[in-house]
Design a protein around this ligand. Structure first.
Ligand SMILES: Cc1ncc(COP(=O)(O)O)c(C=O)c1O
Length: 468
């Protein structure tokens, strides 16, 4: 990696950062005391920080840099688009070539009859659109009382007031008055932690049937939609048992409610197919997309709506009084289109499905042999390790969720590996271009960091099982 940018010393940048920058999902006091880790460059699957340390980025940034860092083609497309038309909007009867071309490309790639996109700048905005869209849809169809959206505990759908309410993160709801009214949450299909003595299959069915019970409890005439991630990402790469999605699909088919698949993480190859909906045979009415759409090179997302819903809205909806200044931003749309072109040309999704995904599964599964790991699961290029003091009991640590996970995350950083911790789950979502050699490096470093974590946990007396 060649050095391109002149910047201040790490200490000076940390001081300026502490003085002027409020960080997302960060304890300000802590970051300001420790000083932020400052990432200055990235190429391929590697990051470099301001001290010159290189790190394998097993998280693809925040689950988004699917194509890897440093792709010149994307920079060139952005440059050309900025010179040609840096900005125009899609309000008030106008459009522009990049937004049109990307919409057409998305319709071609999408499963089923998902055919029309409403653009946003990211996943949170797109899910906010979905809240208004499904309620507007039912009102337009003469059923204005259908307003309730059923979501799931420990889901993540974004951080705005609307999307944070759809999400089921208790810590987020505790701040800022969430959730907004008419959103309810059912339990998640998290077998490892919540399955007890049930088989995964039985548990998957039981959790799916909670949706039917919730529809009955609220009354079908009041329910607008169900929203879920095909695989819960930020909740800890929770891969549902194989019985879960077919039962959810059956329930949605048998009831008059819309199904929203939030594929902000799963879309564009993450699960080994273009869409998580293909992997799990889901037929959504609306799909939320963002992240991998532009591989994170530009902020862009959207709600992709089925032809059936779009036609109903054409006929009955009138003006949808909703939109963002940057809906379909020309530079973001042009970059997303180029990203998708490269993904297709280089057969990146096929490669994950046929070669690197299976290889990652093999290397990842072997981490379950480590004494600290209760389960090693993955699907395509997303995975989790459940850390435990007692493998056979799938026990949590008595010290409280996240204590040991945090220790492991810090060992990863100091050993040149970016893995994230969610409580005591270590999670990965590598760039989809990661090679088999780089997967070896990831698995070898992960094992080493587990060893270091185990030794540290033992020395701190943390290998004690607690209650679920
Ligand atoms: C499933 C899902 N939906 C929505 C979002 C929110 O997207 P954004 O951060 O782009 O607003 C995320 C972000 O991680 C996500 O994982």
């Amino acid at each position: 990696m060649e050095h391109r940018t002149n910047h201040l010393s790490t200490a000076d940048m940390q001081a300026d950062d502490a003085a002027h920058h409020l960080h997302p999902f960060t304890d300000t006091l802590e970051i300001n005391e420790r000083g932020a880790r400052i990432i200055t460059e990235a190429r391929g699957v590697y990051l470099r920080d301001s001290e010159g340390n290189s790190m394998l980025d097993a998280m693809a940034g925040l689950w988004c840099v699917n194509i890897g860092y440093g792709r010149k083609e994307l920079a060139e497309v952005a440059y050309r688009q900025m010179l040609e038309l840096p900005y125009y909007n899609a309000f008030f009867m106008t459009s522009h070539p990049p937004a049109i071309a990307l919409a057409k490309k998305l319709a071609e790639l999408m499963p089923g009859d998902l055919n029309r996109v409403f653009y946003a700048s990211g996943g949170s905005e797109a899910n906010d659109t979905n809240i208004r869209l499904v309620r507007h849809y039912w009102a337009s169809m003469g059923k204005p009382e259908k307003t309730v959206i059923i979501a799931r505990k420990n889901a993540y759908h974004g951080s705005s007031v609307g999307s944070g309410s759809l999400g089921g993160m208790a810590g987020m709801h505790a701040q800022g008055g969430l959730p907004i009214p008419d959103i309810t949450h059912i339990d998640q299909p998290y077998w490892y932690a919540e399955g007890g003595d049930m088989s995964p299959g039985e548990f998957g069915l039981a959790r799916a049937r909670e949706l039917e019970k919730e529809i009955e409890r609220i009354g079908e005439g009041k329910v607008a939609a169900f929203i879920a991630e095909p695989v819960q990402g930020a909740g800890g790469v929770i891969i549902p048992p194989s019985t879960y999605w077919p039962e959810i699909q059956r329930i949605c088919d048998e009831h008059e409610i819309l199904l929203i698949a939030d594929e902000v993480i799963c879309a564009f190859g993450r699960t080994g197919n273009w869409f998580g909906s293909e992997t799990f045979n889901i037929r959504p009415d609306i799909m939320t997309i963002a992240k991998g759409l532009s591989s994170g090179y530009q902020p862009i997302g959207g709600s992709v709506v089925s032809e059936r819903i779009a036609k109903d809205l054409d006929t009955h909806g009138g003006e949808f009084a909703h939109g963002y200044t940057y809906s379909g931003h020309p530079v973001a749309a042009a970059v997303a289109l180029e990203n998708l072109r490269i993904m297709e040309e280089e057969k990146i999704v096929d490669n994950v499905r046929d070669i690197t995904g299976p290889y990652l599964s093999e290397r990842w599964a072997a981490l379950a042999d480590h004494p600290l790991v209760g389960e090693a699961r993955n699907i395509g290029f997303m995975g989790a390790l459940e850390l435990t003091p007692d493998k056979s009991a799938r026990a949590p640590f008595a010290a409280g969720a996240g204590t040991v996970g945090l220790i492991c995350r810090e060992f990863c950083f100091s050993n040149g590996l970016v893995m994230r911790h969610v409580g005591d789950k270590m999670i990965i979502s590598p760039p989809l271009v990661m090679t088999t050699e780089e997967i070896d490096e990831l698995a070898d470093k992960a094992w080493k960091c587990l060893d270091l974590t185990l030794a540290e946990a033992k020395s701190q007396g943390l290998m004690v099982a607690g209650e679920r």
